[in-house]
Design a protein around this ligand. Sequence first.
Ligand SMILES: Nc1ncnc2c1ncn2[C@@H]1O[C@H](COP(=O)(O)OP(=O)(O)OP(=O)(O)O)[C@@H](O)[C@H]1O
Ligand SMILES: [Mg+2]
Length: 260
Amino acid sequence: MVKIENIKKRFSGRDVLDGADMLVRKGEAVALIGPSGSGKTTLIRAINGFVVPDSGKVIVGDKEINYKNKESLRQTRKKIGMIYQLFNLVERASALENVMAGALGRLDNGVNLISSTIGLFHKKERDNAMELLKFVGIEDKAFERVDRLSGGQKQRVAVARALMQDPELLLADEPIANLDPKTSRKILDLLLRINMEKGITMICVLHHLDTVTDNFNRVVALKNGSICFDGETHNLTHNHIHDIYEFEEENVEETRCLAA
Ligand SMILES: Nc1ncnc2c1ncn2[C@@H]1O[C@H](COP(=O)(O)OP(=O)(O)OP(=O)(O)O)[C@@H](O)[C@H]1O
Ligand SMILES: [Mg+2]
Protein backbone atom coordinates (compact mmCIF):
# COMPACT_ATOMS: atom_id res chain seq x y z
CA MET A 1 0.00 0.00 0.00
CA VAL A 2 1.18 3.51 -0.81
CA LYS A 3 -0.56 6.51 0.66
CA ILE A 4 0.34 10.06 -0.22
CA GLU A 5 -1.26 12.84 1.75
CA ASN A 6 -1.19 16.47 0.74
CA ILE A 7 2.40 16.32 -0.41
CA LYS A 8 4.11 19.59 -1.36
CA LYS A 9 7.51 20.33 -2.80
CA ARG A 10 8.94 23.62 -4.07
CA PHE A 11 11.97 23.79 -6.32
CA SER A 12 13.44 27.18 -7.25
CA GLY A 13 10.35 29.05 -6.05
CA ARG A 14 7.97 26.82 -8.02
CA ASP A 15 5.39 24.41 -6.61
CA VAL A 16 6.44 21.17 -8.27
CA LEU A 17 4.17 19.09 -6.03
CA ASP A 18 1.23 21.11 -4.86
CA GLY A 19 -0.83 19.08 -2.44
CA ALA A 20 -1.05 15.73 -4.21
CA ASP A 21 -3.05 12.90 -2.58
CA MET A 22 -3.05 9.32 -3.76
CA LEU A 23 -3.84 5.88 -2.40
CA VAL A 24 -2.54 2.77 -4.14
CA ARG A 25 -3.74 -0.51 -2.67
CA LYS A 26 -1.65 -3.62 -2.32
CA GLY A 27 -1.40 -5.46 -5.62
CA GLU A 28 -2.75 -2.60 -7.72
CA ALA A 29 -1.11 -1.40 -10.97
CA VAL A 30 -1.43 2.33 -11.59
CA ALA A 31 -0.31 4.35 -14.59
CA LEU A 32 0.94 7.84 -13.74
CA ILE A 33 0.66 10.33 -16.57
CA GLY A 34 0.98 14.09 -17.06
CA PRO A 35 2.83 16.61 -19.18
CA SER A 36 6.57 17.04 -18.99
CA GLY A 37 7.45 18.94 -15.82
CA SER A 38 4.16 18.13 -14.06
CA GLY A 39 6.01 16.43 -11.18
CA LYS A 40 5.78 12.70 -11.98
CA THR A 41 9.44 11.91 -11.34
CA THR A 42 9.44 14.14 -8.26
CA LEU A 43 6.46 12.21 -6.88
CA ILE A 44 8.16 8.88 -7.58
CA ARG A 45 11.32 10.17 -5.87
CA ALA A 46 9.32 11.29 -2.85
CA ILE A 47 7.97 7.73 -2.56
CA ASN A 48 11.46 6.20 -2.62
CA GLY A 49 12.81 8.87 -0.30
CA PHE A 50 15.20 10.63 -2.68
CA VAL A 51 13.13 13.82 -2.67
CA VAL A 52 12.22 15.21 0.73
CA PRO A 53 8.77 16.83 0.63
CA ASP A 54 8.32 20.26 2.24
CA SER A 55 5.10 19.01 3.83
CA GLY A 56 2.66 16.12 3.68
CA LYS A 57 3.04 12.42 4.33
CA VAL A 58 4.13 9.37 2.39
CA ILE A 59 3.28 5.94 3.76
CA VAL A 60 4.76 2.82 2.17
CA GLY A 61 3.44 -0.47 3.50
CA ASP A 62 2.35 0.39 7.02
CA LYS A 63 5.08 2.91 7.78
CA GLU A 64 5.22 6.63 7.24
CA ILE A 65 8.58 7.64 5.76
CA ASN A 66 10.66 9.62 8.19
CA TYR A 67 12.88 11.54 5.78
CA LYS A 68 15.19 12.70 8.57
CA ASN A 69 16.01 9.18 9.66
CA LYS A 70 18.53 7.29 7.52
CA GLU A 71 17.44 3.91 8.87
CA SER A 72 13.78 4.67 8.07
CA LEU A 73 14.79 5.64 4.51
CA ARG A 74 16.83 2.47 4.15
CA GLN A 75 13.92 0.34 5.34
CA THR A 76 11.61 2.05 2.85
CA ARG A 77 14.01 1.64 -0.07
CA LYS A 78 14.44 -2.04 0.73
CA LYS A 79 10.76 -2.52 -0.06
CA ILE A 80 10.89 -0.66 -3.38
CA GLY A 81 12.23 -1.86 -6.72
CA MET A 82 13.06 0.91 -9.19
CA ILE A 83 12.97 0.74 -12.97
CA TYR A 84 14.30 3.73 -14.92
CA GLN A 85 14.11 4.96 -18.49
CA LEU A 86 17.90 4.69 -18.91
CA PHE A 87 18.20 1.42 -16.98
CA ASN A 88 20.74 2.72 -14.38
CA LEU A 89 22.88 -0.39 -14.46
CA VAL A 90 26.60 -0.77 -13.86
CA GLU A 91 27.59 -0.96 -17.51
CA ARG A 92 30.98 -2.58 -16.97
CA ALA A 93 29.64 -5.35 -14.72
CA SER A 94 27.91 -8.49 -15.97
CA ALA A 95 24.14 -8.95 -16.06
CA LEU A 96 24.42 -11.42 -13.18
CA GLU A 97 26.50 -9.03 -11.05
CA ASN A 98 23.97 -6.26 -11.64
CA VAL A 99 21.12 -8.50 -10.58
CA MET A 100 22.98 -9.66 -7.48
CA ALA A 101 23.54 -6.00 -6.57
CA GLY A 102 19.77 -5.84 -6.07
CA ALA A 103 20.26 -7.94 -2.95
CA LEU A 104 22.53 -5.34 -1.35
CA GLY A 105 19.67 -3.44 0.20
CA ARG A 106 18.57 -6.62 1.92
CA LEU A 107 21.97 -7.39 3.39
CA ASP A 108 22.73 -5.84 6.72
CA ASN A 109 26.49 -5.54 6.49
CA GLY A 110 26.29 -1.97 5.23
CA VAL A 111 28.64 -2.65 2.30
CA ASN A 112 27.41 -1.23 -0.96
CA LEU A 113 30.17 -1.42 -3.54
CA ILE A 114 29.71 -4.17 -6.06
CA SER A 115 33.41 -4.74 -6.53
CA SER A 116 34.03 -5.29 -2.84
CA THR A 117 30.98 -7.41 -2.17
CA ILE A 118 30.74 -9.69 -5.14
CA GLY A 119 32.85 -12.31 -3.36
CA LEU A 120 30.62 -12.14 -0.30
CA PHE A 121 27.45 -13.21 -2.00
CA HIS A 122 26.13 -16.53 -0.98
CA LYS A 123 25.57 -19.23 -3.51
CA LYS A 124 21.90 -18.82 -2.65
CA GLU A 125 21.92 -15.21 -3.84
CA ARG A 126 23.67 -16.22 -7.03
CA ASP A 127 21.17 -19.00 -7.72
CA ASN A 128 18.35 -16.59 -7.00
CA ALA A 129 19.82 -14.04 -9.46
CA MET A 130 20.15 -16.75 -12.13
CA GLU A 131 16.53 -17.77 -11.57
CA LEU A 132 15.44 -14.16 -12.03
CA LEU A 133 17.47 -13.77 -15.21
CA LYS A 134 15.65 -16.86 -16.42
CA PHE A 135 12.32 -15.37 -15.35
CA VAL A 136 12.97 -12.21 -17.39
CA GLY A 137 14.15 -14.34 -20.31
CA ILE A 138 17.88 -13.62 -20.59
CA GLU A 139 19.70 -16.25 -18.59
CA ASP A 140 21.93 -16.79 -21.65
CA LYS A 141 23.32 -13.25 -21.10
CA ALA A 142 24.15 -13.74 -17.41
CA PHE A 143 27.90 -13.41 -17.89
CA GLU A 144 27.77 -10.77 -20.63
CA ARG A 145 28.86 -7.26 -19.72
CA VAL A 146 25.86 -4.95 -19.64
CA ASP A 147 27.43 -2.48 -22.10
CA ARG A 148 27.21 -5.24 -24.72
CA LEU A 149 23.46 -5.72 -24.28
CA SER A 150 20.61 -4.13 -26.24
CA GLY A 151 18.23 -1.66 -24.58
CA GLY A 152 15.54 -4.31 -24.14
CA GLN A 153 18.03 -6.76 -22.64
CA LYS A 154 19.30 -4.04 -20.27
CA GLN A 155 15.79 -3.30 -19.11
CA ARG A 156 15.26 -7.01 -18.44
CA VAL A 157 18.39 -6.99 -16.29
CA ALA A 158 17.05 -3.93 -14.46
CA VAL A 159 13.74 -5.71 -13.85
CA ALA A 160 15.56 -8.78 -12.51
CA ARG A 161 17.68 -6.52 -10.27
CA ALA A 162 14.52 -4.91 -8.89
CA LEU A 163 12.98 -8.34 -8.23
CA MET A 164 16.15 -9.45 -6.44
CA GLN A 165 15.15 -7.04 -3.70
CA ASP A 166 11.96 -9.02 -3.21
CA PRO A 167 10.08 -5.71 -3.34
CA GLU A 168 6.57 -4.93 -2.15
CA LEU A 169 6.38 -2.09 -4.62
CA LEU A 170 7.74 -1.46 -8.10
CA LEU A 171 8.19 2.13 -9.24
CA ALA A 172 8.84 2.39 -12.97
CA ASP A 173 9.67 5.83 -14.34
CA GLU A 174 9.11 5.72 -18.12
CA PRO A 175 10.43 2.16 -18.36
CA ILE A 176 9.74 1.83 -22.09
CA ALA A 177 10.48 5.36 -23.30
CA ASN A 178 13.86 4.39 -24.78
CA LEU A 179 12.80 1.19 -26.49
CA ASP A 180 11.38 0.41 -29.91
CA PRO A 181 7.65 -0.45 -30.05
CA LYS A 182 8.10 -4.23 -30.15
CA THR A 183 10.60 -4.26 -27.28
CA SER A 184 8.41 -1.79 -25.35
CA ARG A 185 5.51 -4.20 -25.65
CA LYS A 186 7.60 -7.07 -24.28
CA ILE A 187 8.96 -5.08 -21.33
CA LEU A 188 5.51 -3.75 -20.47
CA ASP A 189 4.09 -7.29 -20.64
CA LEU A 190 6.86 -8.42 -18.30
CA LEU A 191 6.04 -5.66 -15.79
CA LEU A 192 2.30 -6.40 -15.96
CA ARG A 193 2.98 -10.11 -15.53
CA ILE A 194 5.05 -9.38 -12.41
CA ASN A 195 2.19 -7.32 -11.01
CA MET A 196 -0.37 -10.04 -11.78
CA GLU A 197 1.60 -13.16 -10.89
CA LYS A 198 3.65 -11.91 -7.97
CA GLY A 199 1.07 -9.43 -6.69
CA ILE A 200 3.66 -6.66 -6.51
CA THR A 201 2.07 -3.22 -6.37
CA MET A 202 3.20 -1.08 -9.31
CA ILE A 203 3.23 2.60 -10.17
CA CYS A 204 4.34 3.14 -13.74
CA VAL A 205 5.02 6.53 -15.33
CA LEU A 206 4.07 6.42 -19.00
CA HIS A 207 3.72 8.96 -21.77
CA HIS A 208 1.88 7.04 -24.44
CA LEU A 209 -1.85 7.27 -23.74
CA ASP A 210 -2.87 4.25 -25.82
CA THR A 211 -0.43 2.13 -23.84
CA VAL A 212 -2.11 3.34 -20.65
CA THR A 213 -5.69 2.80 -21.74
CA ASP A 214 -4.93 -0.59 -23.31
CA ASN A 215 -3.09 -2.01 -20.30
CA PHE A 216 -4.05 -0.34 -17.04
CA ASN A 217 -7.34 -0.24 -15.15
CA ARG A 218 -6.42 2.85 -13.19
CA VAL A 219 -4.73 6.05 -14.22
CA VAL A 220 -3.60 9.02 -12.15
CA ALA A 221 -2.80 12.26 -13.95
CA LEU A 222 -0.62 15.03 -12.58
CA LYS A 223 -0.80 18.59 -13.79
CA ASN A 224 1.27 21.38 -12.23
CA GLY A 225 1.94 19.18 -9.22
CA SER A 226 -1.70 18.41 -8.47
CA ILE A 227 -3.71 15.34 -9.30
CA CYS A 228 -6.27 16.29 -11.91
CA PHE A 229 -7.60 12.81 -12.73
CA ASP A 230 -7.64 9.62 -10.69
CA GLY A 231 -9.92 6.86 -11.82
CA GLU A 232 -10.60 3.99 -14.14
CA THR A 233 -8.93 4.37 -17.51
CA HIS A 234 -12.19 3.82 -19.37
CA ASN A 235 -13.53 6.97 -17.69
CA LEU A 236 -10.70 9.09 -19.09
CA THR A 237 -12.44 11.22 -21.72
CA HIS A 238 -11.12 13.47 -24.48
CA ASN A 239 -12.02 16.42 -22.28
CA HIS A 240 -9.87 15.09 -19.46
CA ILE A 241 -7.02 14.50 -21.87
CA HIS A 242 -7.33 18.00 -23.29
CA ASP A 243 -7.41 19.40 -19.77
CA ILE A 244 -4.35 17.40 -18.67
CA TYR A 245 -2.20 18.18 -21.69
CA GLU A 246 -3.58 21.60 -22.70
CA PHE A 247 -1.20 23.76 -24.68
CA GLU A 248 0.32 26.87 -23.17
CA GLU A 249 -0.90 29.98 -25.01
CA GLU A 250 2.42 30.45 -26.86
CA ASN A 251 2.34 26.83 -27.99
CA VAL A 252 -1.15 27.30 -29.36
CA GLU A 253 0.18 30.30 -31.30
CA GLU A 254 3.14 28.26 -32.48
CA THR A 255 0.85 25.46 -33.60
CA ARG A 256 -1.32 27.94 -35.48
CA CYS A 257 1.74 29.38 -37.24
CA LEU A 258 2.90 25.91 -38.24
CA ALA A 259 -0.55 25.06 -39.54
CA ALA A 260 -0.79 28.28 -41.60
N1 LIG B 1 16.33 18.63 -7.94
C1 LIG B 1 15.66 19.60 -8.56
N2 LIG B 1 16.03 20.89 -8.43
C2 LIG B 1 15.35 21.89 -9.04
N3 LIG B 1 14.26 21.70 -9.80
C3 LIG B 1 13.83 20.42 -9.97
C4 LIG B 1 14.51 19.31 -9.36
N4 LIG B 1 13.86 18.16 -9.70
C5 LIG B 1 12.83 18.54 -10.49
N5 LIG B 1 12.82 19.88 -10.66
C6 LIG B 1 11.85 20.64 -11.43
O1 LIG B 1 10.55 20.20 -11.06
C7 LIG B 1 9.67 20.18 -12.18
C8 LIG B 1 9.05 18.79 -12.29
O2 LIG B 1 10.05 17.87 -12.64
P1 LIG B 1 9.78 16.31 -12.81
O3 LIG B 1 11.07 15.71 -13.21
O4 LIG B 1 9.12 15.78 -11.60
O5 LIG B 1 8.74 16.32 -14.02
P2 LIG B 1 8.15 15.09 -14.84
O6 LIG B 1 6.67 15.17 -14.76
O7 LIG B 1 8.79 13.84 -14.41
O8 LIG B 1 8.58 15.48 -16.33
P3 LIG B 1 9.06 14.52 -17.57
O9 LIG B 1 7.80 13.97 -18.17
O10 LIG B 1 9.75 15.48 -18.49
O11 LIG B 1 9.98 13.48 -17.01
C9 LIG B 1 10.51 20.57 -13.39
O12 LIG B 1 10.27 21.91 -13.66
C10 LIG B 1 11.93 20.34 -12.93
O13 LIG B 1 12.82 21.21 -13.55
MG1 LIG C 1 10.06 12.46 -15.32
